[in-house]
Design a protein. Structure first.
Length: 300
């Protein structure tokens, strides 16, 4: 009888471990290409509140685009909140750390979404992890200061490289706020080489503009969408000095294992540009951007 109890107990443990293994493997593999999205009958949109792409209040330019995309696919829409730190792991199942333009794989993590969109700038290290859609928004990194700063905006030369050089001269011996592992990472623009004093900000990207207004550094890096929102939200509080990066682009991102879903989105975006839906959303959430980057939107 004792032997029988031990045998039953052993079988129960083995069964439990087997089931647990299956559940865990499903958790790590719960993502997929277009056929899997349609089979699950849901498009899971990974996003984190940032500028007006994802407001955190249930709307935003990317939220509206993803809802329309899900509608076209004939599936339910589901928003899955993430963070900049976890976004790529939640999409691909691999948590990574950028090392210059390369990456280091840290661990396997559960996949939580099918597509990520919240104003994600194209960067070399990110392209090693995910595939981007056709561009969804123009961007650039600007140097921003408080409105009462003695530093004055540069006079544009018509050549971005010259403008960047002029801006970098103004950064010498000054503290400059940046955000590691994002498009605002000071190391991407080598600002220390011009004598600037990089200061890393570990808060939310939406908090960078308020941080500079509160005096956490003399200057800060801001990308175009966030700077435009800050200019509208806090008029007369900050000023743009000039660019510290070449022109950049943002896009919706997909796991490299989801080429059909990516292509479906590209076709969807092409249609929405043709019928005016895309421009309507841009005007709704970023009315000032047309004054800064008219060339990008002339392609529509």
């Amino acid at each position: 009888m004792e032997l029988s109890k031990k045998l039953v107990h052993s079988m129960t443990v083995r069964t439990f471990l087997a089931v647990l293994s299956v559940v865990l493997s499903m958790g790590f593999a719960f993502g997929g290409d277009l056929p899997e999205v349609k089979e699950k009958d849901v498009l899971r949109h990974l996003g984190t509140p940032y500028a007006n792409f994802v407001t955190g209040s249930g709307d935003g330019m990317d939220v509206e685009l993803m809802k329309l995309f899900a509608q076209q696919l004939g599936v339910r829409y589901e928003f899955v909140e993430t963070s900049w730190e976890n976004l790529f792991g939640d999409l691909t199942g691999q948590k990574v750390k950028p090392v210059g333009n390369q990456i280091e794989i840290l661990s396997n993590v559960p996949i939580k979404g099918d597509v990520a969109a919240n104003g994600i700038t194209v960067l070399p290290w990110r392209e090693k992890v995910v595939d981007y859609s056709t561009p969804t928004f123009p961007t650039q990194v600007w140097l921003v200061v408080r409105a009462d700063s003695s530093v004055k905006p540069i006079k544009p030369s018509g050549q971005i490289a010259k403008d960047i050089a002029m801006v970098k001269k103004l950064m010498k011996e000054r503290s400059v706020l940046g955000v590691p592992n994002t498009c605002l990472d000071p190391s991407l623009y080598k600002i220390d080489e011009c004598g600037a004093k990089p200061k890393l900000f570990n808060g939310n990207l939406n908090e960078v503009a308020p941080a500079i207004m509160n005096g956490e550094a003399e200057m800060t890096l801001l990308d175009v969408p966030d700077a435009l929102i800050a200019l509208e939200k806090w008029p007369g509080k900050i000023k743009i000095i000039g660019p510290i990066s070449q022109m950049q682009e943002m896009g919706t991102v997909f796991a490299k294992s989801s080429p059909q879903l990516r292509e479906a989105f590209n076709q969807f975006l092409k249609q929405r540009k043709r019928d005016g839906t895309y421009l309507r959303l841009v005007k709704k959430y970023y009315p000032l951007v047309f004054s800064y980057y008219p060339e990008f939107f002339k392609k529509m």
